[in-house]
Every structure is written in structure tokens, then in C-alpha cells.
Unconditional design. Structure first.
Lengths: 172, 354
């Protein structure tokens, strides 16, 4: 498995970029305008789902620094205070990293339950930070909806992400 | 044996070091993100440039990704239209009859306006242009109301310009990149638009609070806005041109006088950025207020092909946008023809007056 020809190495390199690419794609998908009433204010946090997933299953392919950059990209696209999503994703990543052993090899419902707790903490923190950055207490309604929508969509996204995970070389 | 133990000890130490380094990295990135947030609040140039740069790179991709979505939406809308053809036809006939009356009024007023301007030796302000742009990204989530558009500095977009669509004022440009810009919607918490009630002429500041219906703040104490009264930009402060339609007074909701904007936020696809050049402040000379009226000889309502697909500046006297602008723009000049005032656009009776 070690070494290999040039093509093998290029192939492995390309495959190792999958988590980053997929997470950035999730950021882009979240920014696409959809003609659904009120959608823009409750857009599900696709990127948070992806960061949560990769932090459990392939953390070495999505290091902390990249999570930070992905968050900044999301901030630039969404127009949120620069650093807000970066903080939200860092918190998610940090919490998952500390509980990784707990999640590995557990049934999906348990992982989903863990996602609920971690996403809740991340979104509440983001809500507090946004309130500080924008200088007012934000209405909690849209953030609550965003949380529920993200939670409801996680199984679908996790399914797509595990499809992407099959492209990756097995961890050593 | 001893070497093996030593090796294990070194490995353990390395692992601890790695843990510490990781924790350090986490804390420093966390602090960095927080610092960026605070810097961004203070409108730091570096933060703004970085943000615009990222948006510039992503805008073409987003543009490509959002097109299929737009196509599907259009298809659904077209199917709906097909199903409502008869009703729509009837409605359009009625509207056409009403607009015909308005056409007469507009021609008459334009001629009168011209004559009065000649009398006053009035020098009209330089006519600006429109920059058409497509909304390629929104999804600010619960905290902001803004949109990413696919025109930037190279198309002539400047910070602070107003963006309108065929319904009314959408918002203002807050960040400009090379080929993308950020449009702060008038419902955003940070949005402040100087407005005027169209009939009472009372001035106020339209203040967004992230809800779909922004508030009217700083109304004069004796002002009594009527429900359904039209709200237009006042041009006060010299930031936006006067007379752009904004919305209708909704009345008191949760202790605030609120306005229902004309714009349908769920279907924001194209916007026009209004560039009227330097705008004279109305208090300097009320008659200098920019007049957003097409050339008098050809008063509006002219069918012209839409060039909204690609961003383009339309510099000629009659912007093709003119026929898409609501009639209020025709009734906009507040001072030049006060007797023409601003009859409610939806009352056909007033059309027969002149």
C-alpha cells in the first residue's frame, strides 16, 4: 500500500481531499437561494452536519485549521459577522473531538442524539455571539427553526456523506 | 527492555505534547475567530477585503449552481401561469384599461413639467444608469438579511447604492468585490433607510429588525400614518434617490408602526442597482431632488427587451427598466409638480382628473 506509482499517489491525494471538498460543497448548497417562503432565515446548517460527520469518522482529513477556513467561507457567503460560523464550526469540531471514542461504532440513532446535543450547543452559542456582534438580542424563533431543520435533515446528509466516505482509503 | 520502556515514555510524552498543541491550536483559532468578528464589527479594511475576495471566488460557482434551481422555479411558475391564463388575462385587461388612463396623465404631466422647467430654467440632474444583477446567494440564516449578487466593482457597483427590482426598493450595497457585492436587504437589523409617507409627506427612518416587516422610526410626534399609505424613499441625507417605492404602512404591530415592503423576499432573483451619481441633499434645494422620470417625449410603458441576463450598464436616457418601474416613480418628483402630487396608484378615478 505504501509508496506506489505516481498515479496511485495522485489518486490517494485526490481522495483525501474529499472531506474538505464535500464540506465546502455543503457551504455552497446552503447559500443557494431557494424560492421557499422564509427559507433564507432558517437555512439548515449543512456545513455543521458535514463537520460533525468528518470529525467523528475522518478527523485527520479535516483538521481544525480547515474547519476554521470553511467557517470563514460560509461567513463571507452568508454575510454573517466574519468569524461567526467559524466559531460555530470550531465549537462543533472541538466537542466531537473530545467525544470521538463515544461516537465511533455506535448505532446511528445514538450518533443522531449526540448530534442533537452538539448542534444545540453550537447554535445557541452562535445565537449569543451574533447577539453580541450585532448588538441586540436576536429573536430566538428563526434560530430554533434552523436547529430543528438541521436536526431533521441530518440523517439524509449523513447518508450522502457516508457515500462519500466510501471513496476514501481505509484509515491506517 | 530499558530501551523499550524509554521508547514508550517518549511516545507517551509526544502524545501528550500533541494533545497540548491541539488544544492550543483550538484555543488560538477560537480567539482568532472572535477577534475577527469584533474587527469586522469595526469595519476593518482587511476583514472587508478578505470577505469580498472569498465572495468573488465563490460567486461564479454559486451562479452556476443556482441557475438550475432558478430554471426549475421558472418552470413551476410557468405551469401555474398556464393554468391561470383566463383569470390572468381578465386581470391584465382591467389593468391595461387603468394604465391607459395613467398613460394619458403621464403624457400630460410630462408636457406640463417640461413647460414649467423651461419657465424656471431648471437644469435636470445628470441621468445615471442601472446595473442589472442576479441574486446568486442568500441564506444568511437567522441573523442577517442580505444577498450576494453577481456584479461588482468591474460593473460599476459602489458601496451605498440602492438596489431595486420591479416591485420596489430591495436594499443597499454594503460590500463590493471585483465581481460580486453584498446587498443588505431593508429588513436587516442594520438597515436604516430615510423614507417619507407619500401623502402626508412625513419623514421617518425605516428600521429593519430581521422581521419581514420593518419599523418606521423617528416619525414626527404629530404624524398619523394611515394604514395602506405608500412609503417612498425621501432622499434625505443624500444617500438614496428620492421617490423609490418602499412599501405600504401596515399599522401598529407589537407596539411599532410597521411597513409591508413591496418586494417579495422569497422570489428575489434579479435586482437593479440604481446609480444616479452624486445625489444632492434635498434640504440644499428641494427642486434639485433627482427626478426618476424617463424622457418626457416617451413616457414610460414602452415595451423593451429585458437585458437582465448579464450585468450591463444602461446609460441611455430611457433605461429599459423604465417600463418595469412602478407608476409611483412617475409620480415621484415631490416638488416639481406638487399639484400632480401622488394620487394613489390604484385609484382609476384620479386618472381622469386633468
Amino acid at each position: 500500500m505504501k509508496g506506489g506509482g505516481l498515479w496511485q499517489r495522485v489518486d490517494r491525494f485526490g481522495r483525501n481531499l474529499v472531506p474538505l471538498g464535500v464540506t465546502l460543497l455543503m457551504v455552497l448548497i446552503g447559500a443557494v437561494p431557494l424560492p421557499i417562503a422564509g427559507y433564507a432565515s432558517v437555512v439548515p446548517l449543512f456545513s455543521l452536519c458535514a463537520v460533525f460527520f468528518w470529525a467523528i469518522y475522518r478527523p485527520h482529513l479535516l483538521p481544525l485549521s480547515l474547519v476554521f477556513v470553511i467557517g470563514l467561507v460560509q461567513d463571507a457567503l452568508a454575510g454573517t459577522p466574519f468569524g461567526l460560523h467559524a466559531l460555530m464550526l470550531l465549537i462543533t469540531y472541538g466537542m466531537v473531538a473530545s467525544q470521538r471514542r463515544f461516537f465511533l461504532g455506535k448505532p446511528f440513532t445514538l450518533v443522531w442524539w449526540g448530534f442533537m446535543l452538539i448542534a444545540l450547543i453550537a447554535i445557541v452559542t452562535a445565537w449569543l455571539l451574533a447577539s453580541i456582534a450585532i448588538g441586540t438580542v436576536m429573536r430566538p424563533g428563526p434560530a430554533t427553526f434552523q436547529f430543528l431543520l438541521t436536526l431533521a435533515l441530518y440523517p439524509v446528509i449523513a447518508l450522502l456523506l457516508s457515500g462519500a466516505q466510501r471513496l476514501l482509503p481505509q484509515p491506517a | 527492555m530499558a530501551t523499550k520502556l524509554q521508547k514508550q515514555g517518549v511516545l507517551a510524552k509526544l502524545a501528550t505534547l500533541r494533545g497540548v498543541a491541539q488544544r492550543f491550536a483550538f484555543v488560538s483559532l477560537f480567539l482568532l475567530a472572535f477577534a475577527l468578528m469584533m474587527l469586522g464589527k469595526a469595519e476593518n479594511v482587511v476583514v472587508e477585503r478578505t470577505r469580498a475576495g472569498i465572495a468573488d471566488i465563490a460567486a461564479p460557482i454559486l451562479d452556476a449552481v443556482s441557475r438550475p434551481v432558478a430554471t426549475v422555479t421558472d418552470l413551476i411558475a410557468q405551469t401555474n401561469e398556464m393554468m391561470n391564463l383566463r383569470g390572468e388575462n381578465l386581470r391584465l385587461r382591467e389593468e391595461n384599461a387603468r394604465l391607459r388612463a395613467w398613460h394619458g396623465v403621464a403624457t400630460h404631466l410630462a408636457a406640463e413639467n417640461e413647460a414649467l422647467r423651461d419657465l424656471l430654467h431648471y437644469v435636470p440632474p445628470a441621468r445615471g444608469g442601472f446595473i442589472s444583477a442576479r441574486v446568486v446567494g442568500d441564506g444568511g440564516g437567522p441573523f442577517v438579511r442580505s444577498a450576494l449578487i453577481n456584479s461588482g466593482e468591474r460593473d460599476g457597483v459602489v458601496k451605498g447604492l440602492a438596489a431595486i427590482n420591479e416591485e420596489g426598493l430591495v436594499g443597499r450595497i454594503t460590500d463590493v468585490g471585483q465581481r460580486s457585492s453584498r446587498l443588505l436587504l431593508l429588513t436587516d437589523f442594520n438597515s436604516r433607510i430615510p423614507v417619507q409617507l407619500e401623502t402626508s409627506r412625513d419623514r421617518a427612518i425605516l428600521t429593519g429588525d430581521n422581521s419581514p416587516q420593518p419599523q418606521l422610526a423617528f416619525l414626527p410626534p404629530n404624524a398619523r400614518p394611515k394604514v395602506g399609505e405608500r412609503v417612498v424613499t425621501s432622499g434625505y441625507g443624500g444617500v438614496l434617490p428620492a421617490g423609490l417605492p418602499v412599501g405600504l404602512v401596515l399599522g401598529m404591530r407589537d407596539g411599532q408602526m410597521r411597513v409591508q415592503p413591496f418586494v417579495n423576499w422569497d422570489r428575489l432573483e434579479y435586482v437593479r442597482i440604481v446609480d444616479f451619481g452624486p445625489i444632492p441633499a434635498p434640504e440644499a434645494s428641494a427642486a434639485d431632488a433627482p427626478v426618476i422620470v424617463p424622457v418626457p417625449e416617451k413616457p414610460a410603458l414602452r415595451a423593451a427587451p429585458q437585458a437582465a441576463e448579464s450585468p450591463a450598464v444602461e446609460e441611455d436616457g430611457v433605461p429599459p427598466a423604465a417600463e418595469k418601474l412602478p407608476p409611483s416613480l412617475l409620480a415621484a418628483p415631490p416638488v416639481v409638480a406638487p399639484q400632480a402630487g401622488a394620487p394613489p396608484a390604484n385609484s382609476p378615478a384620479s386618472g381622469a382628473r386633468p
